[in-house]
Ligand binder design. Sequence first.
Ligand code: DAH
Length: 338
Amino acid sequence: MIDSIEQLVKRALEAIDQAKETTDLNEIRVRFLGKNGAYTEILRGMKDVKPEDKPRLGKLINEGRVRLETVLAEKEAAFRAAEMARVLEKEAIDVTLDKSQPIGSLHPITKVKNEILDIFVGLGFKVEEGPEIETDYFNFQLMNIPKDHPARDMQDTFYVSENTLLRTHTSPMQAHVMLSQKPPIRIVVPGKVYRADDDASHSPIFNQIEGLVVDKDVSLAHLKGTLDTVAKALFNQDTKTRFRPSYFPFTEPSVEVDVTCSVCGGSGCRLCKGTGWIEILGAGVVNPKVLENCGVDPNEYSGFAFGLGVDRIAMIKYGVPDIRSFYENDVRFLKQYK
Ligand code: DAH
């Protein structure tokens, strides 16, 4: 009997050794340890064993069984690990492999816009956005440009219908904000605007950033200090600003603001047409009529506003001579600004 137990364990161990996959192991388990397996057969033979031999044989049988189960479990774990390794290798994705898709980058206008907004946010301004399709009422009337006002000629308008249009400037957002928020207001509004205009310095679509501050005792001096700080941050610390008197229906007084040319530093070059100065925005003290139109009491509050051309600033920063290059989506052009 001892012999046959040892034989059995030996045969089982050999079979396990030769097993190629988990199903082989299952089959071996059934063949040797199952209900009708060889081991069970031997156990049944125990009833014919002499009582004094029983403890020794029983111990031997048990040890053999534990041994087989341990080896089976080990082998099974090894199969599982190998299978997992195989699957991982087969399904591995090399994320660095696909070089066929070109990597995108931000549009130069977006980059300049973000840079300008960052500066204003640093000064405590909040960013607001609004609709590109506007009513005549918001785009013109609330901004103190009534129907038939000659100032309408300053902005060639794309009309959608008699009273709706593609906004010609971001200024109508001044009205949206004043009608929905109470002063103090300190906002910048980036956005696309549209005008029927098309040459090297005018594109039918372009980008502005509107600014509006409404609070008690706000003056032209605050506007000057703010814009001077922004120009220095945007170009360089030596940049100077110049305010020229101008006219806009929504501001009184109104100014146009120039910065010293960032290419020649003010001595005169092609970009600044020899003047040393480049115009970047229109601005002024908010016309009391506009405050009134938008539900703000001009006796209590005053404000300053500005409208800045993002494209113009991008042209200056990147030395781009034709504004339309920004909208042709020629990747050879756009790639240069990665
Ligand atoms: N909306 C004007 C334009 O597009 C720019 C402008 C001028 C905006 C003066 C302002 C401002 O807020 O105060 O030509």
